[in-house]
Design a protein around this ligand. Sequence first.
Ligand SMILES: [Zn+2]
Length: 432
Amino acid sequence: MIILRSLLVTIVLCITNMSFAANPEVAIVHAGTLLVTPGEEPVYERSIIIRNGVIGEVRRGFVEPELTTTTETIQVIDLRDSFVMAGMVDTHVHLTIDPSRTDLSATTNSDLAVLAAANARTTLMSGVTTVRDLQSANAEAIFAVRDAVATGMLAGPTIIAAGESVSATGGHGDRRMLRTDIAELLQTDSICDGADDCTRAVRAQYRKGADVIKVHATGGGADSNGKQYSVPEMTDAELRAVVETAHALGLKVAAHAHGTEGIRSALRAGVDSVEHASWVDKDIISLFLSTGAALVRTAYLQDYFLSRENIPEELQESRRDRNELMDPGMLEAITSGVMIVMGSDAGIMPHGLSAREVVKYVGLGMSPMQAIETATINAAVLLGMEEKIGQIKPGFHADIIALPSSPLEDISQLENVKFVMKAGVVYLDSSD
Ligand SMILES: [Zn+2]
């Protein structure tokens, strides 16, 4: 519930040294239960004071605006009956991809941008206030949507985008599986062969405006070269060139890898995160720990595939087997202290369901608090935004969500977000 007090007033609120000059928009959120920092116990009856989209202060009790004589718009938001926390972060999405769109032959780059804008809005409304977009069919479409969201023109989460993914010829990121003469017409600057060429491919994404580099170290889960014992699709020298070039440009690297050898090669090359990381063993867990790389599991995806109608029994069985075989490795990664970061692969599954990934982690052996950390403070570290997102503290973005009751008792509450604020702007409020 929002009470707008747009009066000829200003607030004093005992907030010292805070200037109201530049932008007088002030919001006060009354939080019944507040998770300030995931990993620490929640606190009760707090007021979050927000100015210019940034958290200014968190005060004890439910403070009311004190009125004086200057024009000021004060938003008082009543979440006294709610569990309030930082917005979720999904570090593996594809906003330009949608599972309901199967015929892409006539899709233009403009279509992709419109689709991404719609998916961004859906994602935000589910309580996800930051995403990392790890591969778009067209870089300019996702960068345009990213920039429009950043200016407030479009409703969506903050988008950290890779653009097109770097991949070897014929690799998982090479979408030109067509007759050779047609494939050659569709030459793309993100496909590379040899270390120097991969340096060029990374720089090409950087030139277009990439915030992060996505590289394909192995095939996809459904490909013949994305299996447990498949060899990597890129050489060690190519992977090293990708990482060294990206890091020199100040960009992190996310490596898609399913098979054990591909995960190992990516970690040895120094990537910042491994996406999917389906088949991990003890040696790989040690490599994760020694390099500090994050594991972005996309674990709910298998359940989504199984939940779809008209899946042949044979395929269902193989997916169930796959889950049973992969889950012990994930449990070992969790208990060993590998940094797990939430990533759902939304786009391959429908957008707006990212919370199911967090719920899935509890099913795989995490405590609810650990699972929440993957989607907040751990994700913030992976994105290099640990001073900006993932907590409700002064100086952090006012990216705030509310749930009817505590996800620490019932993690599925994360699927029931009833209030979303991003950068101080309320996008969803069904808290009445
Ligand atoms: Zn993906």
